[in-house]
Write a protein that binds this ligand. Sequence first.
Ligand code: BG6
Length: 508
Amino acid sequence: MSNEKKVLFTIFGGTGDLAQRKLYPSLFRLYKKGKLGDHFAVIGTARRPWSDAHYREVVATTIQSLNPTQAEAKEFASHFYYQSHDVNDSKHYNTLKKLADRLDATYHLNGNRIYYLAMAPKFFGTIVAHLKSQKIVTENGYNRLIIEKPFGSDYQSAFELNHKIRQVFPEQDIFRIDHYLGKEMIQNISAIRFANNIFESQWNNRYIDNIQITFGEALGVEDRGNYYDHSGALKDMVQNHILQVVALLAMEPPVVFSEKEIRTEKIKALKAIRIYEKEEALKNFVRGQYAPGELENRSFKGYREEDKVAPQSTTETFVAGKFLIDNFRWSGVPFYVRTGKRLTEKGTRINIVFKQVPVNVFKTSIDEPCKDTSLSPNVLTIYIQPTEGFSLTLNGKKVGQGFNTTSRKLEYRNSAEMVENSPEAYEKLLLDALKGDGTNFSHWEEVAQSWHIVDVIRKAWDQVAPEFPNYKAGTMGPVAAFELLEQDGFKWIWQPDEWYRKRGKLND
Ligand code: BG6
């Protein structure tokens, strides 16, 4: 039986950056692999008055880096149709419906439709309402909605948006994108946990001291000042990507590895995360904003000097915080998270820091004080990007006379070739949506709970004026982010800024 999917994609925001950078290349990869064939068509919509011919040229350009033959690019692009569209005008949806029905008949698509909302969130509600009122949703095939972040800007707005969408689409047909869930090593978290008894047997508060999640970015805010200055790092990264990763690390093993069972466990984990009172939020979460800085002889502007950013902006470009999970497995284990723009390096990684052995026996006499700190903790590191893999830091004996211990690392990395050839996050997620598999998307209950967790932090911050800027571009964030762990007797395991500082490439 052919794996080929029959489907009509309608992409709202078809001329946009996301469509061009991610969606068209991903569709092409699926096409090359035979997941899409003769029976698919794409309608791109946006306000601009493009012709089909121009649209197809644009689509063909976006896949150039994938080295298609000319014939391939042409044949692929021939499935794309452009419709200039004003999302607020009902009449335009009638035109869209006619085109959709025509393509359905031409390509024999059986009424299967995927609507992709890749534009400003303020339009999501009206688009979805029109899909129903203008009868674009079909009765014979499936109708699925893929929706980009941000899903709301707090719990209330997310609730209202969800309510509107649910008037048209049932939960199982809503695919809320969190592109981190399509990343290879985020998906690998479950394999590392549930396929290795040495880890799963230790995956609790008896053996784990703390968990550290770093989503560092070297880039600044680039040309997204407009959006970012109203969002900030907490809503941009913590509410979605980081909390999804916390859920995957903290959840109980699902009974079977199915969408429904994984979902159930993730929601339970998110519900166990403590919702802070104002004072706790201020104590456990710190924020930062980058000032101008220099790294490796390159100078960077401060956030307030960036394009489309208010000159006195109090938006945070960095967050570090501590989540506490109030359940039997995790009680007492801090989950430290940090993310920021213009940090030392692009690096997404998770450090699982295991507790020390109960007694350090490596001393020569009983009277000697315990030197527990002389042993490094065992650390399981999951490298998400830019490299992919994992490592385990253990202690061993230093070669030579006497008896000194030293730490050793067992490392595994996916080869550059594997990384290069593995499907990109968007390709995987699009295929999942084509199959109707929502495992790697955010369920409403996850989104809702994440907003509850984050809203209190945002609200607490809004009542206190921050002293910004407070970290230099090129460093790993403000001092407060380091103190957060120090006051609990821990430290960040990953300190790339130290590496640069020691070599004189980064000055504070
Ligand atoms: C997006 C954020 O969701 O994720 C961006 O809006 C951020 O601000 C990006 O840069 C990071 O994604 P990735 O895949 O490049 O790590």
